[in-house]
Design a protein around this ligand. Structure first.
Ligand code: MN
Length: 203
């Protein structure tokens, strides 16, 4: 769901590819449960939580920013952020994933040294996130950085511009890789990263 999507009730966005398009790195079974059950539940929960509240008048981006500062709206924040994080994750992968070129390649080289150094930093964040969460490539000014967030947290609330993400909640990989999170992260990094999406997000 894009940040300016509004307003409630929100709908589960369609995947940008078929359920089996990312196999064997991410199986159709995983995609089908992850999108059709997990992601859908976040959308349904968000709609239920905001119904009849001032949040129902806001776009998804506005809901995330407002609820992040509202102690009584933790549930709204968690579900709204997960709606954004998941849609962003689906687009961060592509069956035609590959290596960066042009402007984004130059920025990766300037910020990390090389593509391999970026991959090392991203893998360390994704594998090192304790428990559920996300690893991100973000832009901060004219530099790129790798950050990790726990549970539903999103770099949007830290003044960072997300470019790519990987979901490291167990539901993202357990059916395919069981406890081998590093194997899942390596395979996605090698085969599926959608650098065109990262470039588009740079703006
Ligand atoms: Mn997930």
């Amino acid at each position: 769901m894009s940040l300016d999507q509004g307003k409630a009730p929100f709908a589960l966005p369609k995947l940008p590819y078929a359920d089996d398009a990312l196999a064997p790195v991410v199986s159709a079974n995983t995609i089908s449960f992850h999108h059709g059950k997990h992601h859908k539940t976040y959308v349904d929960n968000l709609n239920n939580l905001i119904a009849g509240t001032p949040y129902a008048e806001l776009t998804l981006g506005e809901i995330i920013k407002k609820s992040a500062k509202d102690e009584k709206a933790k549930g709204i924040f968690n579900n709204a952020a997960q709606c954004f994080n998941h849609d962003f994750y689906w687009h961060s992968m592509s069956p035609k994933g590959g290596t960066p070129t042009g402007k984004i390649k130059q920025m990766v080289d300037d910020s990390f040294g090389s593509l391999a150094d970026f991959q090392k930093a991203f893998k360390a964040a994704a594998v090192g996130q304790f428990g559920s969460g996300w690893a991100w490539l973000v832009a901060s000014g004219d530099k790129l950085k790798v950050v990790k967030t726990g549970n539903a947290d999103t770099p949007l609330t830290q003044g960072l511009k997300p470019l790519l993400t990987i979901d490291v909640w167990e539901h993202a990989y357990y059916l395919d890789y069981q406890n081998r999170r590093a194997d899942y992260v390596n395979a996605v990094l090698d085969k599926l990263i959608n650098w065109e999406f990262a470039l588009k997000n740079l703006g």
